[in-house]
Write a protein that binds this ligand. Sequence first.
Ligand code: EPU
Length: 424
Amino acid sequence: MEKLVIKGGKTLQGSLRISGSKNAALPVILASILVDGPILYKNVPRLRDINTTNKLLKILGCPAAFTNESGNDVCAEAKRLMPEAPYDLVKTMRASVLVLGPLLARLGQAKVALPGGCAIGARPVDLHLKALERMGAEFELDSGYIFGRCKELRGADINFDFPTVGGTENLLMAASLAKGRTILRNAAREPEVADLANFLVACGAKITGIGSDTLHIEGVQSLKGCEYSIMPDRIEAGTFMAAAAITGGELLLEQCPQEELSAVMAKMHDMGVAFSAKPEGLLVSGTEPIKAADIVTKPHPGFPTDMQAQLMALMCLAAGSSTVEETIFENRFMHVPELNRMGADIHLSGNKAVVRGGKKLAGAPVMASDLRASASLVLAGLAAKNETHVQRIYHLDRGYEHIEHKLNAVGAEISREKDPDAPA
Ligand code: EPU
């Protein structure tokens, strides 16, 4: 196992290019199952989760791979499709459950390991299954697997109880090749869902209402391969905004998806961070003292749960008390005890946290527990005096492309080292 060793207290300055979005790339590449002919994906981030996606697609008979050692192009083409997504892969990446809709649409059957819970919550897939049942699929849960079958998928009028991101994506894919018209109401409006819809349209799908909470999909007979560029990663961009602010620095973010970050930028603006649009990108200035703020996580366009942990790190330095309410996941506060070990003063009560700011953070050995919690520990380490050792960074490698190289290029001092003390 590896750890990151961060020598804190450096002010970040310079330009960073935002990578392609992990949460857009995963469903878009998995959608290759639906398509006849080769697809070339551009701007794909080189991440562990993308490698897992490529492995899973290979097993399903739809080989996908980066076209060279270091670039960001992935090619994929569905060949002889197979219906089984094994537990070994699904357990390492919950997004694997997104093959359910495409496999049912293409093969009329699917056997996908039940993803189970993870560090941030139980994360059931009941809403995916209920909606696919409305389209004519039948499911059986047995021996840790979801067995799905259908004679054909038929268009249906579906109203989600909650605007689930993965559920909306699974149904968008299934409905694209279903017979007749599907309406998805109370659909997730996350930009990554729109990116998937735009990809499907580029392949010949008929989808309207993209970006809204009501999607209309007219099923087509087949989809054709195309070239598609993945949208930039709004959560990586938001994390770098927080990095500028927490170090009192200034970063120019190239390819920053500003519109998709409006809730995050509005909150950071309230906290004293300044933004200005430049021809080359978005300039983020964190040179003013940080002010306290209150956030409540909500589905898009509300404040994203994926930026909650990073803003909490920033709140530790703010003058005054801040509050955070997490409404999307039931257990997304694993960063709290670790931040407290670095000198933060955060009290948890149920799904609410009170952050008493104005603290000086001090480096400590800390343990990453999930992707965004890990990012918040890296941010805290950038601001802390002395060295912070972030253990279990495989979480970070799932979602941030070359994070230490990127941050070092703008003045951070971070090294990746073998971790002889890694907990089992
Ligand atoms: N939920 C259900 N039943 C379902 C589906 C969801 O109860 O059938 C609940 C979940 O348990 C959760 C909430 O609804 O409490 C939100 O789940 P959603 O389906 O919207 O999220 P997801 O598709 O599992 C994606 C991202 C997450 C991001 C969330 C919310 C991907 C691969 N993952 O997850 O990203 O936090 O949407 O925006 O796109 C991350 O990148 O760190 C990450 C966790």
